[in-house]
Structures are given as structure tokens and as C-alpha cells.
Design a binder for this molecule. Structure first.
Ligand code: HEM
Ligand SMILES: [Ca+2]
Length: 690
């Protein structure tokens, strides 16, 4: 009898075919290699899906508070601060790491030039320009007041001219530093934990707290600096002194005969009839996280953006979708990089700088109008003014929640978050000046430029990429956003971020533009501008920043080996005369990040301290209790549930979104952990007035 099931040939493990006899052998499917492989893959996929599902869903629906970890921190932090008396903050030892400013110039503007302001301490809503937040120092943090200094400004003449090296030689060209240290160091790796949304959020947040425009005293727009190319002049004109020289053997720009980057210095207090010494830079935007980039940093701008009906902002419909209104006066509609039909108007003038920031400005315009509609429906008797102000207040709070609960923990990591007191219930401390530190805006926060991707993907609903846009090529021309709003959001959401590395992407540093109306080529190099801006604004060098951040001050180059690689130290030696001359942003970019953080210690310390001051020094911060502008505990509970996914779901046609919006969740493998957009609803019932 032929056993058709069990006649095993041990040597081959084939079975004998009952019909064809022993010559033909058939392998059962469960023994075939492909089947084994299939089973292994199946087990891996099922197990990882279960793990991820449990991981993401352990805290319930998108609208449940899911900050279990940070709440745990809160408890610890509160326990540690029980004895902390906010009124006497300066005299008490602080529970968290703080950078004590050693600058002596922070009060100069307020003593000599600050406008006289009268405040109503009972106001529930913020002023447009940020004044009257601090009732004892009503101009602190207001628009058109100076950046805060951690260390006194460092200028060669003590006042205005760029810092030189200790041996008296000029600093190396910013471009040369960029080329020697960072050129072609672009590692094409991805950060598989996070998606690209960190970039537009980081820039959106920056535009809430910072803006210093070019110095227009000598009409020095970049175009006015063309004469700086003229090498035959015997004396370099004043306005050309800060132009960035490009070496004759520059690997990119030499072939186009681009010999310098034109560089316009920042606006100083002199432009506002306040000649302070040393050169003092004023921040045009309110220095609190208050959504001033959505609404404006002064009443005139804010009024210009309002409809004055039902609390809504002006907008226009293009291709059946809502966008920011057109700015008919934009200086960029005919260039500089070509004609642009779309120039948005928003609370911040940099709304059109690139497609990503334009996307986010439009996202929040839509969100404001959506919320205003809901608030008005909830409270039909409320006036336009009341609906507008209440919505503005909620939008500002939402930006704070997303920043502190979701964005900063990724940029800084949990350890730094705790170390700098960025978690947990906020206690208002009127002794804290919230103004943005110069060292932050011209140094530390720019180090995050290293995660800007080379290209933005435009992605359709079935996740196919229909276009790749280089941010450097679409500066000041947001036309492409119209009709691509969802595609852009999807692109950021569904693309893993650029891996953390000590360089910027090649395209944002080495793209050469041929500008119409000009004969030659121009250039763009964000790295050179960042280094030069630090010098322009008198930033202290890296070694001093190490010191103020509690790191060991280096006496010689090799002392940097605690945080910087020996290869980079060798290049630094070839560029700078001494270890004391290195630019802050250069050291910051080269520093090894601490585990769990995207930045090194001397960057984290300035970012951490800044965000502590934005929180504890803001009387209107969303979770501060007991102030006329405080939200009720129910409202705070509702606000704490919000994520960027709520905003994106409400203001786009996207269908599904993960709860942790900045995390990269691959649509192919992990779509099960995305929630339907219908479940992302902000509970506005605590705003209903009975
Ligand atoms: C597509 C993305 C981005 C582009 C194209 C971009 C480009 C620029 C440019 C051109 C400047 C002015 C340079 C100068 O002349 O001094 C700037 C300034 C700055 N950027 Fe970015 N940036 C981007 C994203 C980010 C991100 C993600 C962050 C931080 C998380 C950031 C932080 C800053 C800061 C703090 C400044 C100084 C702000 C000011 O001028 O008031 N940027 N950026
Ligand atoms: Ca602001």
C-alpha cells in the first residue's frame, strides 16, 4: 500500500507522488521555504501591529488626555516646587536649571526709550503688541522692544562692528567655515521616529516670537548692495563691510563667479529714534507665544485682517478652499525670483517666505475661522469682538499646548524638559522677563535648521508623490500652495524627517539662483547667513556660551573633545585662531546631542531657558490659574487634549491621523493606528455661557 501521506525520503524530504511513483517528488506547501518566510513575516507584522496598537491606544481616543508621562513629571515637579515662592523668585534657589543672564544692558531700552503705557490689570485678553502682560514692567516682551541678552553683545568696537578674533584678525568668512566644516556632509538618512512636520512647526513657532527685518536706514535691500561686487573701490563702503566673501576656489559658487553673498544687517533701535549703545536689535513681533503671527503684533495689522463679523478673519476662496487674503502691497509680487500671483497677508510679514510657513499660516487661519463659527453657534448672543477675542485666546493656547506637550519633548528630550522646568503646571513669576534671547534667535534655535529637508513632497490621497519641491527654490512664491494644501500636509505627515546631523541640506546652502533683471548669478546659503547673523547681532562666541550653560570652558581646542569629534576639532583649528573665537552656531551644530535629544547641551540650555521664560513669565500662559485672563479648569482640561492632528483634521480634507502628530507613522504598515479625523473634536462645551 502506498502511503500517500507519510512516505518520506529522508535525504530529500520530498514525498513520493502516488501516481508517478518514486521518481517524482512533491514538497508539501508547509515545508516550502516561501511558506516559512511567509509565516515569519506574518508573525513579525502581527506582533509589531499589536505592540504599536497597544502602545498608541493605551490612553484611549484622540480626545482623551494622554500625557501620562508628563503628568507623572508634573507631580514630581510640583513636589519640588512646593517651597518655591514666585514673588521672591529672584532670591530663592530655583528648582530647575536656569541660565542667569550676566548681561548689563537688558534694562537700557526700558530706562531710556520705552513708551509710556497704561494697563488695565483686569483685562481678560492680551493686548495686540504684548504690552501689559507684565504689570510691573508693562513693556517687557512687547513688540518693538529689544531682544533679551544672556551675555553682553560682543562687537569689535564695543558698539557696532563685527567681532574679530583674539589675535586681532578678522573672523574667517562665514562661507568658508560652512564649506570646510559642513560641505558635502549631507547624510541622506531619515529620522524614522519623526516626520517632517517638526520643520513647519518649528518655523511657525519662530515666527510667533521673532522677527527683525533688514536695516533700511541706508535703503540697503539686497538689490541695493550690488555695488558691493565692485572690487575696484579703494575703500569698502560701510554697507558692504558685512558682505560674506566667497573664496575663488569655492566648490559651488566659484564656477558662477559669485564672489560674495550680499548681507543686510538687522534693524536696530536707531531706526526707532532710540540710539542705544551697543547696537541693540528690536523684535518686531510680540515675544510671547500668543499667535501674533496669525493676528498681528499691533492693532492696525490685526484690524486689517478682521472681517468684524462673527469673530472671523478675512480670507478668500481659491479652488473651493479657504486661504489667507491677498496682500496687494507685497514687494515680492513681481520678484525677486519671478512673478508671483499669490502673496498672502497674515499677522507676520514672513508668511510667504517659503511654502511650508505659508501652509501653516493658512492652516491656522482656517482653524481660527472654524473655531469662531463654533463659538458663535455655542453663544449666539456674543458680539463679533467677544467671539474674535475668545477664539484668538484659544488659538494662542493651542499653540502653547502643541509646543510644550508635543514639539519640545521631541526637540529637547524628556531629560532636558524636566531639567529646564518645561513640564507640569505653570506658576506665574512676574520677576521673569519673557523676551526672546538674542542668543536663542540668532543662535540656538537656528541650529534646528539642520532638520530642514532638501525637498518637500506633495502627496496625493493614495500616498503617491506628485511633486518634490525644493524649499530654496520657492522662497517668497507660495503660488504652488493653491490646490496643494492637503498634498503638502500629507507630504510632511507621511515623510520621515531628516536625520539629525551637523550640517544643513545641500540644497539650502548651495543653490545658485539666476535672478531675472540681474546679469549674473546670485546665491543662497542659509548656513552662511546663520553664521553671519550671529556676528551681525553681536553673539558671544561658542566658548562663552558653553560657560554660561554650565559646561567646562575650553582653554585650548582639544578641550572641546568632551562634545566635539577630533576630526572637527582639527578643522576648527585650521579656521579659527583660538578656541575662544569659534562662532556659537558652529559649535552648537558640531556638539554631540545628548541621548533622546536632537540638540547638544549648549543649544539645549538656551532653548530650555527660553521656553521656561516664555511659560513662567507669561501672565496669560494657558494653564496659569488665578489671573483675569486665566481659563477655567474645565477649559484647561479641554485644551490639554488638543494635538496638531485636531487642527490638521479640522482644517483640511485629510481622513486619518495619528494621535502623536509629529511621529512618523508609515501609512503602509501602521495605518491601523491612525484615527478617523471625525474623532478629533475639541470639546468646546466649557465655553458655553449660560
Ligand atoms: C523650510 C524651513 C525653513 C526655512 C526655509 C528657513 C529659513 C530661514 C531664513 C532665510 C532665515 C533668515 C536668515 C537671516 O538672514 O538671518 C531664518 C531665520 C530663522 N530661522 Fe529658519 N527656516 C526654516 C525653518 C526653521 C526651523 C524649523 C526653525 C526652528 C525650529 C527655524 C528657526 C529660525 C530662527 C530662530 C530664525 C531667526 C528668526 C528671525 O529672523 O527673527 N527656522 N530661517
Ligand atoms: Ca508672539
Amino acid at each position: 500500500m502506498v502511503n500517500i501521506f507519510k512516505k518520506v525520503d529522508n535525504s530529500s524530504s520530498f514525498e513520493t507522488d502516488p501516481l508517478l511513483g518514486s521518481k517524482a517528488k512533491i514538497q508539501p506547501f508547509w515545508k516550502k521555504p516561501w511558506f516559512t518566510l511567509f509565516i515569519v513575516i506574518l508573525i513579525i507584522v502581527v506582533t509589531s501591529t499589536i505592540i504599536l496598537y497597544v502602545f498608541y491606544h493605551k490612553n484611549g481616543s484622540p480626545n482623551d488626555i494622554h500625557y501620562a508621562e508628563s503628568e507623572a513629571n508634573t507631580v514630581k515637579f510640583n513636589a519640588a516646587t512646593l517651597s518655591y515662592n514666585p514673588v521672591n523668585a529672584a532670591s530663592k534657589s530655583h528648582p530647575t536649571s536656569r541660565v542667569s543672564s550676566i548681561a548689563t544692558t537688558n534694562g537700557d531700552y526700558f530706562k531710556k526709550c520705552a513708551p509710556f503705557v497704561t494697563c488695565n490689570p483686569d483685562d481678560k485678553y492680551r493686548t495686540f503688541n504684548g504690552s501689559c502682560n507684565n504689570l510691573q514692567n508693562p513693556n517687557w516682551g512687547a513688540a518693538l522692544t529689544p531682544f533679551y541678552r544672556l551675555i553682553n553683545a560682543d562687537f569689535n568696537d564695543g558698539n557696532n562692528t563685527l567681532r574679530v578674533q583674539l589675535d586681532g584678525r578678522p573672523l574667517p568668512s562665514a562661507r568658508l567655515v560652512g564649506v570646510k566644516l559642513f560641505y558635502m556632509r549631507d547624510i541622506r538618512n531619515y529620522d524614522h521616529e519623526n516626520n517632517e512636520l517638526l520643520v513647519p512647526w518649528g518655523q511657525f513657532l519662530t515666527h510667533d516670537i521673532s522677527f527683525y527685518p533688514d536695516d533700511i536706514r541706508n535703503a540697503t535691500t539686497p538689490a541695493d548692495l550690488d555695488h558691493c561686487y565692485d572690487k575696484d573701490k579703494t575703500k569698502i563702503p560701510f554697507e558692504c563691510e558685512t558682505a560674506i566673501p566667497i573664496a575663488a576656489d569655492d566648490p559651488v559658487y566659484a564656477q558662477y563667479n559669485v564672489t560674495l553673498f550680499k548681507f543686510v544687517r538687522s534693524t536696530t533701535s536707531v531706526n526707532f529714534s532710540c540710539p542705544l549703545t551697543p547696537r541693540t536689535i528690536l523684535n518686531r513681533n510680540t515675544q510671547y507665544i500668543d499667535a501674533s503671527h496669525v493676528y498681528g503684533s499691533n492693532k492696525k495689522t490685526a484690524d486689517g485682517l478682521r472681517t468684524f463679523v462673527n469673530g472671523k478673519l478675512r480670507s478668500r476662496i481659491l479652488k473651493n478652499e479657504e486661504y489667507c487674503p491677498q496682500n496687494p502691497n507685497s514687494e515680492f509680487k513681481d520678484g525677486p525670483l519671478g512673478k508671483s500671483d499669490v502673496q498672502f497677508a497674515a499677522g507676520d510679514v514672513n508668511v510667504n517666505q517659503n511654502l511650508a510657513i505659508a501652509l501653516f499660516q493658512n492652516l491656522f487661519l482656517r482653524y481660527h475661522n472654524h473655531l469662531a463659527e463654533e463659538i458663535q453657534t455655542l453663544n449666539p448672543s456674543w458680539s463679533d469682538e467677544r467671539v474674535y477675542q475668545e477664539t484668538r485666546r484659544i488659538v494662542g493656547a493651542i499653540i502653547q499646548v502643541i509646543t510644550y506637550e508635543h514639539f519640545l519633548p521631541i526637540i529637547l528630550g524628556d531629560e532636558y524638559m524636566k531639567e529646564y522646568g518645561l513640564t507640569g503646571q505653570t506658576t506665574y513669576d512676574p520677576s521673569i522677563n519673557s523676551a526672546l534671547a538674542q542668543e536663542m534667535t540668532s543662535g540656538a534655535f537656528r541650529a534646528v535648521h539642520n532638520i530642514i529637508p532638501a525637498k518637500f513632497n506633495l502627496m496625493t490621497a493614495n500616498y503617491s508623490i506628485i511633486d518634490e519641491v525644493e524649499p530654496s527654490r520657492v522662497l517668497l512664491q507660495p503660488d504652488l500652495l493653491i490646490g496643494n494644501f492637503d498634498n503638502m500636509l500629507r507630504g510632511f505627515l507621511e515623510t520621515p524627517g531628516r536625520a539629525i546631523q551637523p550640517s544643513y541640506n545641500n540644497l539650502i546652502t548651495n543653490v545658485v539662483f539666476k535672478i531675472p533683471n540681474l546679469d549674473g548669478y546670485s546665491g543662497f546659503d542659509l548656513m552662511s547667513y546663520d553664521i553671519q547673523r550671529g556676528r551681525d547681532n553681536g553673539l558671544p562666541p561658542y566658548n562663552k556660551m558653553r560657560h554660561i550653560c554650565g559646561l567646562k570652558k575650553a582653554n585650548k581646542f582639544n578641550d572641546l573633545s568632551d562634545l566635539i569629534s577630533s576630526e572637527d576639532i582639527e578643522i576648527l583649528k585650521s579656521l579659527y585662531s583660538t578656541v575662544h573665537d569659534i562662532d556659537y552656531i558652529v559649535g552648537a551644530l558640531l556638539e554631540k546631542p545628548r541621548n533622546g535629544s536632537m540638540v547638544g547641551p549648549s543649544t539645549a540650555c538656551v532653548i530650555g531657558d527660553s521656553f521656561y521664560r516664555f511659560k513662567a513669565g507669561d501672565r496669560f500662559f494657558y494653564d496659569i490659574l488665578g489671573q483675569p485672563g486665566s481659563f477655567t479648569p474645565e477649559q484647561i482640561k479641554s485644551l490639554k487634549k488638543i494635538t496638531l492632528s485636531h487642527v490638521m483634521c479640522t482644517s483640511s480634507n485629510l481622513g486619518h491621523m495619528q494621535k502623536e502628530t509629529f511621529r512618523f507613522v508609515d501609512h503602509k504598515w501602521m495605518s491601523s493606528i491612525k484615527y478617523s479625523c471625525k474623532s478629533y473634536k475639541l470639546d468646546l462645551s466649557p465655553w458655553k455661557e449660560f
